[in-house]
Design a protein around this ligand. Sequence first.
Ligand code: DMJ
Length: 425
Amino acid sequence: SSYISGNIQGATIVDALDTLYIMEMKEEFKEAKEWVEKNLDFNVNAEISVFEVNIRFVGGLLSAYYLSGEEVFRKKAVELGEKLLPAFNTPTGIPWALLNIKSGIGRNWPWASGGSSILAEFGTLHLEFVHLSHLSGNPVFAEKVMNIRKVLNRLDKPEGLYPNYLNPSSGQWGQHHVSIGGLGDSFYEYLLKAWLMSDKTDEEGKKMYYEAVQAMETHLIRKSSGGLTYIAEWKGGLLEHKMGHLTCFAGGMFALGADGAPNDKTGHHIELGAEIARTCHESYDRTSMKLGPEAFRFDGGVEAIATRQNEKYYILRPEVIETYMYMWRLTHDPKYRQWGWEAVEALEKHCRVDGGYSGIRDVYNNHESHDDVQQSFFLSETLKYLYLLFSEDDLLPFEHWVFNTEAHPFPVLHKDDGNKEENQK
Ligand code: DMJ
């Protein structure tokens, strides 16, 4: 979904706060904090994407607070969370995709199946909202996201799969399209991470995650004749043999979830993560720039290659590097650092421009055509995951930290924490 946070200014600054902190760029962090204090303003007449504002602004502020302990970030996060609450004023409590934060009026994307809300959007609020309740003492945030779970669990799922579209008025699925990439992706990620962030007490999140992975394995995960494992898209029972760059995050997710996998499947989930990492690395390696396309196909005689002109771009996305980082931490196989370094070299060679880094229009071309955009997730995710890939495991260890879908670290809420705020680094 396109980024329309419109009149809330400062996405790049807020998204980059924790990266600056982790990289010990103290001067820049201080400057960014001062900008937040003086200029970050939510009292604007803007129609925003609830999902994008949540993962980038709420997530960025929460992680900046937990890392630095600076009260201004906590205050702003809660203030923004309150602004988002009117999005839940629908008959089912499944939130609208779009919200005017001045009027409190919500609506859905005009293109989304019969007025539906999007799975990856309403399914990617859980971690932030649990922390908002934790930090504000106000249970309303957690109640809103627990209700989303309840609505989902009342519904029948086709073949155990979750369609990308759900109508917030009727509470019924829209089109039966299923994706582990765009429109679906971080819903699955948040089931697993909700369980991990709860110190493994959220049994419901755990169950929903492993059941969803089982359905993916049965219906979406395939192996090409060349031996590459990929995750296809599902449209009413028919497979489209295409994998998005966004889907590549799933390698890291499978590996992160391996430890808790039921029925002795730990090794299997690690292996699945490794196979997805390898496939996504191939999607990079089979281009001239050694940077991956937005989507690649496994049909018409190709494997892991983009065939359509409008799928050949690279916009500084993190998912492949994210998966290398998880695979490295969980296996210590040196190839993941090698692959990460290949990406560093390609980014420097093809994306570095005077003012920063730019996306590329066609990664199969020998000459860069820059799109002149530096997405805010380049600073929050791509660079942070690269930094972690080449750091020791005790920097933001997985036992204590869970990364939101925009790579903002949140502390695990340990059973004995109560409401006491803790700052474990
Ligand atoms: C980011 O905003 C998040 O990672 C989101 O989950 C998916 N899209 C971008 C990065 O590609």
